[in-house]
Design a protein around this ligand. Sequence first.
Ligand SMILES: Nc1ncnc2c1ncn2[C@@H]1O[C@H](COP(=O)(O)OP(=O)(O)OP(=O)(O)O)[C@@H](O)[C@H]1O
Ligand SMILES: [Mg+2]
Length: 213
Amino acid sequence: MRAAGGVVISAAGVRRSFGGVEVLRGVDLAVSPGEFVTLSGPSGSGKTALLAILCGFDVPDAGSVRPGPVAWSACAVLPQSLGLATELTLEENVALPLRLRGLPTDPVAGVLAELGIADLGSRYPAQVSFGQQQRAALARAVVARPSALLADEPTAHLDAVSADAAIALLRGVADDGAAVLVATHHDAVHAAADRVLELADGRIGTGLRRTTT
Ligand SMILES: Nc1ncnc2c1ncn2[C@@H]1O[C@H](COP(=O)(O)OP(=O)(O)OP(=O)(O)O)[C@@H](O)[C@H]1O
Ligand SMILES: [Mg+2]
């Protein structure tokens, strides 16, 4: 099933200061439907701050962004802090975006299986490892086939095998027509991307184009 829409992720002249320190100093970027783009940059360079603005969690001091605050079906978010509901099982967490849209929950089992956590669906987040929680949060982000996906270090707590499954899933979401932007420190994620954007000194440097096969 292809993603609905054709949502572009974009930022133009985005500036954001925290406590008098300007972290984002005029960020420009665009991710087209069907593109898988990664965002690199040292810890503290502003990747999470930028993603928060792109999805409408935070408001820039100057500049404009898309998609901004929109429905989950249009833009799914995988926060660095995961944001799983602790009172729901993994299965219920992943089903949430579908239930909120009144859609059948059939895709849940398949996505959990793809990420190797099919047997953990009935457990609560506190009853699984952090890497397993991370995979559940990724499953929840992709299950409703969003038109845009913003993921913050989605492989940070995963071993190589689980990370490969996560990367394949992200690649698949883009191949289905979504615009995908992923902040990451992992070379394997950058290697799977169409382009790598470097956030340095509050701005995006030249994107390195990669060829995908
Ligand atoms: N809400 C906030 N209040 C104050 N300072 C903030 C806030 N959000 C971010 N910052 C500061 O902005 C800078 C960028 O933080 P951010 O979390 O975006 O970095 P990052 O590139 O995502 O780092 P990491 O790779 O460690 O996740 C940091 O210096 C951080 O302390
Ligand atoms: Mg971050």
